[in-house]
Design a protein around this ligand. Structure first.
Ligand SMILES: O=C(CO)COP(=O)(O)O
Length: 263
């Protein structure tokens, strides 16, 4: 599958009820069916609902170019793991993506670097694209933020490297202090850290896309331009009209991407 020029992801976290998730998905599917940049694949959109809604939204998005995924997975594929969901079942349900290591899982569920690394390996083993979340806890100068993120990435990719797993990994950089905040991190800071992250090349043989998350919403992508490969959205995608605006911004950016002008 060719790579989209701009990638947009939405995690619905645990905000919506089951019925709200379906209603929101119907509206977003309607947008996606008609939006040229989604239809032609220049802008990629993936949606990560709560586990029980995966099958139903898979149906809703089935006639669109929107991909679906999960917000977590078990590091084991099957067996006596009460309450967990394994990669094989996610793949069976039509998931293309799976989120790993979100700050809320690290904080509230005490997920460790070792577990996150094992989950990332499980995702790749099952043909799922990991959306690897990482980011510094406190506000730091850009060079220190990059160094902190680098350590997290080395840890998260270590098990996949050890098992010589390969594939595409979406790097969702989310400074923890910018998650759930009124506004995203400052534009210049995002640009500098994303640039630094893209230049890191000591992680192994993966194909990376770097997307920014943390109170991202309409307007941000236009301001950042080609400094990011896309956005990972939370609350500010809850209104389908706001998401449509972000897709419009992504489409405008995709049309001016270096690879677009070369083509
Ligand atoms: O954590 C995020 C996406 O997973 C960002 O959430 P908010 O945009 O709601 O801060």
């Amino acid at each position: 599958m060719t790579q989209p020029r701009i990638t947009l992801g939405v995690s619905l976290k645990m905000y919506f009820s089951y019925q709200q998730t379906l209603a929101w998905s119907e509206e977003v599917a309607e947008i996606a069916r008609h939006h040229p940049a989604i239809v032609n694949g220049e802008v990629g959109l993936f949606v990560l609902p709560a586990f029980p809604a995966i099958a139903a939204i898979g149906q809703i998005f089935s006639a669109t170019a929107v991909s679906i995924g999960a917000q977590d997975l078990c590091w084991e594929d099957s067996g006596a793991w009460t309450g967990e969901v394994g990669g094989p079942m996610l793949a069976e349900l039509g998931c293309r993506y799976v989120e790993i290591g979100h700050a809320e899982r690290r904080r509230h569920f005490a997920e460790t670097d070792v577990q996150i690394a094992a989950k990332l390996a499980a995702a790749l083993r099952n043909g799922l694209t990991p959306v690897l979340c990482f980011g510094e806890e406190q506000q730091l100068p850009p060079d220190q933020a990059i160094a902190t993120c680098r350590q997290q990435l080395i840890a998260a990719l270590s098990e996949a490297n050890r098992q010589q797993l390969r594939g595409e990994v979406v790097l969702a950089w989310e400074p923890q202090w910018a998650i759930g905040a009124p506004a995203p991190a400052p534009d210049a800071f995002i640009a500098e850290v994303c640039d630094g992250l893209r230049q890191l090349n000591d992680f192994g043989d993966f194909h990376f896309r770097v997307i920014y998350g943390g109170s991202a919403g309409p307007g941000l992508l236009s301001r950042l331009g080609h400094q990011v490969n896309g956005l990972f959205l939370g609350r500010f995608a809850h209104q389908p009209a706001a998401l449509r605006q972000i897709i419009d911004e992504a489409a405008a950016l995709a049309a001016t991407s270096p690879s677009a002008t070369e083509a």
